[in-house]
Design a protein around this ligand. Structure first.
Ligand SMILES: O=C(O)c1ccccc1N[C@@H]1O[C@H](COP(=O)(O)O)[C@@H](O)[C@H]1O
Length: 202
């Protein structure tokens, strides 16, 4: 049994909540980024939150959004965790923490080189998320993070097949998966189930 948590990200249909409830990951993610094909409205996010099992924490993914946009989702209890996926600074993160002391803040870093990891190391966020892009479905070079010295969430190109290897190599706090649990651009119930089962097994 592994203690690595798992997040299924990018729910955008009501049936996605049913699929996720069957598999029971630790987190479910909603994307609030108009340029994403997984972007959802506040209304749909509210419906999805209501449809999800209460034990599943929800994560809102934002890209350079304003405090106002983020706070609205948190105040309506639609999301528990704020995931910042743009170029948000440590100052922005600290300001957000003052406004939302009850919500955890995760900051995603696009890992291309050792320099990117130096920036991630000094992050003001509660948890750093190491990723390849914006839901690209592609892995970055995992050899870069062999000596990364703070707890992290691994994202980018994860699949039910490579999850055991990711846990074995890095024992991350959590794994974050979106494209790898989709078929033909929509969430796939069988893949969601397989990903969560693989994460639990380790
Ligand atoms: O999924 C998106 O469309 C998205 C848009 C903007 C920012 C982040 C987005 N997704 C996040 O990307 C990673 C990895 O996703 P994948 O498994 O490689 O598809 C994950 O953190 C998603 O939350």
């Amino acid at each position: 049994m592994s203690d690595t948590k798992i997040k299924i990200c990018g729910l955008f249909r009501l049936c996605d909540a049913e699929y996720v409830n069957c598999a029971m990951p630790d987190y479910a993610g909603f994307v609030f980024y108009p340029q994403s094909r997984r972007n959802i409205s506040l209304k749909l996010a509210l419906e999805l939150r209501k449809a999800l099992h209460p034990a599943i924490a929800t994560v809102g993914v934002f890209v350079n959004a304003s405090y106002t946009e983020i706070v609205e989702l948190c105040c309506q209890n639609i999301i528990n965790v704020v995931q910042l996926h743009g170029s948000e600074s440590n100052e922005f993160i600290s300001g957000l923490r003052c406004i939302l002391p009850e919500n955890k803040i995760w900051k995603a870093y696009r890992i291309r080189s050792a320099k990117d990891l130096e920036v991630a190391k000094t992050s003001a966020a509660d948890m750093v998320l190491l990723d390849n892009g914006h839901g690209s479905g592609k892995r970055f070079d995992w050899s870069l993070i062999m000596d990364f010295c703070r707890p992290f969430i691994l994202a980018g190109g994860l699949t039910p097949e490579n999850i055991p290897d990711a846990i074995k190599q890095f024992n991350p706090y959590a794994l974050d998966i979106s494209s790898g649990v989709e078929s033909d651009g929509v969430k796939d119930k069988t893949k969601i189930y397989a990903a969560v089962a693989a994460a639990r097994r380790g």
